[in-house]
Design a protein around this ligand. Sequence first.
Ligand SMILES: C[S@@+](CC[C@H](N)C(=O)[O-])C[C@H]1O[C@@H](n2cnc3c(N)ncnc32)[C@H](O)[C@@H]1O
Length: 253
Amino acid sequence: MIESYYETDRALGEYLLFHFGTAEEILPYEFGPADALNYPVRCVTECLDASKLSRVARALDLGCSVGRSSFELARVCRHVTGIDSSSRFIDCAERLRRHGLVEFDYVEEGSLYKRGRAVIPSDIETERIVFKTGDAMDLPVDMRGFDVVLMANLIDRLSDPRRCLARMPSLVKTGGQLIISSPYTWLAEYTSPEHWLGGYSRDGAKVRTSEVLEKLLEPDFECVLIKDLPFLIREHARKFQWSVAEASVWRRR
Ligand SMILES: C[S@@+](CC[C@H](N)C(=O)[O-])C[C@H]1O[C@@H](n2cnc3c(N)ncnc32)[C@H](O)[C@@H]1O
């Protein structure tokens, strides 16, 4: 069986740096796109309307990876569940939750590495969070009624994104907020083309992911915000992926 990229040492270092690295570690060039840093935090702070949440709000972070958005959600939600299919990522997120700190290696050049430290801000109440392995396309039927569901950079990594989206009306409670952020990077290695939500032509017309998302969600959700969220993933000291996710926020009718 081929090992998923998200179970590898390389992905673990890359995502710990993406989620918890300092600006100096990730982007030590003053001419770089500094406004693309801190994406996992900005998915929460720039998209979630915290004023609509009760004191006992429940949040679900689907495809949480090593957990930075889950920790951020715990600032405003009493209960946070972070789910990811990678046991490597979930084990690491759980170690961070328990100990507040994890040391890791990230690529500098070729097989040279640097040592990094992921540290959870001390004002976050980590006992509010539960991390679990799971499949976003096959969630337990009794999982429902969340005030917030976040899917950051997940939909274009699922084999069947429609299956995951079909679960949203039962997952999000009335008035709750669904945040979907993605650069819509459709790749056959993750999603076979017949399951892509957009990024192809049909009968001579271009099919765009944002329009299909609206069609699928419209019956149960009202779109309340759409914005561009740039993000930067550092591959090594001199190579970066600069992307612009489209974040859309949906209120459950
Ligand atoms: C591109 S990463 C994004 C991670 C994180 N949300 C972020 O914005 O940095 C995609 C994540 O989704 C997870 N994933 C992929 N397929 C999944 C599935 N079916 N169910 C749950 N998680 C999944 C991967 O393990 C990985 O952590």
